[in-house]
Design a protein around this ligand. Structure first.
Ligand SMILES: NC(=O)c1ccc[n+]([C@@H]2O[C@H](COP(=O)([O-])OP(=O)(O)OC[C@H]3O[C@@H](n4cnc5c(N)ncnc54)[C@H](O)[C@@H]3O)[C@@H](O)[C@H]2O)c1
Ligand SMILES: O=P(O)(O)OC[C@H](O)CO
Length: 335
């Protein structure tokens, strides 16, 4: 039986713990707040992040990282991207030396412009045989209700990807392996920024043509960045690329799309953040993705314009006008 530890008792950490439990794993969650861990152990519900969802009793929660990681084969990381480095530095000494390290996070680190697998390697020195990411169209609320979904387990090591695939293949969750860790992580991080852009269009009152245009051109710029970073182009038409982009941009359940809608209706970032406890990764990762694109000389106009709105430098209406009036180009350029 797989022994899995999930660090992060938010919505996706908890929903993925449920997937692992349904697939037959013994699961321990680490939570930041002891009272939330107690509530999970006593009631088998995560009242703050997945209220109303009954968790399998095999899932236990603790605030003690050493207890959480004890004898784990699989260490799953599900905290906000910008806090991963500091969190993992605390946990690294208690992680079993041969455990697989699996990122569920969809972001790029501010300042370093590193993907989450790179941050994990920086902190733990675990190397490519131990580091993987799971990414795909996986809205936590739907997964927690055991609605069907597919996903990608990306790792440079096929053996590792298969080990994780077996561990999370439940009756409702179908994981595919993919060797392209770079592409899978970029797909997951950039789609959050594109979803902000789609949300802004929705908030401005626009319909399906505008959404589809932002989604499609967003995919084009994600693929351009991927090409510059050595990703496999195929990944962007797969579950971790197009699949996640469509789910996130179309779903009112997406925190990033909802955040964008509020921006489009004229709210400020500070006002929106004050009204939620959940992370919308694109709000910070727009900056780090723009940084990454700049380092590689890649043009990412939607990311750039969304960043302008997030910074308060552009109004949503000015963003739209500026994007539409860019110089006319062939659809396929910069490849
Ligand atoms: N929710 C989803 O549907 C979903 C699906 C796929 C991927 N993801 C990704 O998973 C990652 C986690 O997202 P989530 O949805 O679980 O977020 P969330 O906001 O629901 O929960 C975040 C968790 O991290 C904890 N946390 C916040 N700040 C922290 C800090 N400084 N140190 C330690 N813990 C901290 C919170 O207490 C909470 O338990 C994100 O990168 C997100 O993009 C989310
Ligand atoms: O709610 P969001 O916007 O963080 O998106 C959730 C997932 O990443 C969808 O796959």
């Amino acid at each position: 039986m797989t022994r899995a530890t999930v660090f992060g008792a938010g919505s996706w950490g908890t929903a993925f713990a449920l997937v692992l439990a349904d697939a037959g794993a013994d699961v321990t969650m680490w939570g930041r707040r002891p009272e939330l861990c107690e509530a999970i152990n006593d009631t088998h519900v995560n009242p703050d992040y997945l209220p109303g969802v009954e968790l399998p009793p095999v899932i236990r929660a603790t605030h003690d990282p050493a207890e959480a990681a004890h004898r784990a084969d699989l260490v799953v990381l599900a905290v906000p991207s910008q806090s991963l480095r500091a969190n993992l530095a605390e946990w690294a000494p208690v992680l079993p030396p041969s455990s697989a390290l699996v990122s569920l996070m969809k972001g790029v680190e501010l300042g370093t412009a590193k993907r989450m697998s790179e941050v994990i390697d920086d902190v733990t020195d675990a190397g490519p045989k131990r580091i993987a990411a799971v990414s795909g169209p996986n809205l936590a609320g739907e997964i927690a209700q055991r609605q069907p979904a597919a996903s990608v387990v990306a790792a440079e090591s096929e053996e590792l990807a298969q080990q994780i695939q077996r561990a999370c293949h439940s009756p409702h969750f179908r994981p595919y392996t993919n060797h392209d860790l770079v592409g899978a992580e970029l797909g997951g991080a950039v789609k959050n920024v594109i979803a902000l852009g789609v949300g802004i269009a929705v908030g401005l009152g626009f319909g399906d043509n505008a959404r589809a245009s932002v989604i499609t051109r967003g995919l084009a710029e994600t693929a351009r960045l991927g090409a510059a970073l050595g990703a496999d182009a195929y990944t962007f038409s797969g579950l971790a690329g197009l699949g996640d982009l469509v789910a996130t941009c179309m779903s009112p359940l997406s925190r990033n799309r909802s955040f964008g809608e509020k921006l489009g209706r004229g709210m400020t970032v500070a006002e929106i953040v004050a009204g939620t406890r959940q992370v919308a990764e694109g709000v910070k990762s727009c900056e780090s993705i723009l940084d990454l694109a700049g380092r590689h000389g890649v043009d990412m106009p939607i990311v750039e314009h969304v960043t302008g709105v997030v910074r308060g430098e552009l109004t949503p209406a000015a963003m739209l006008g500026s994007l539409l009036s860019r110089s006319a180009k062939p659809e396929r350029h910069g490849h």
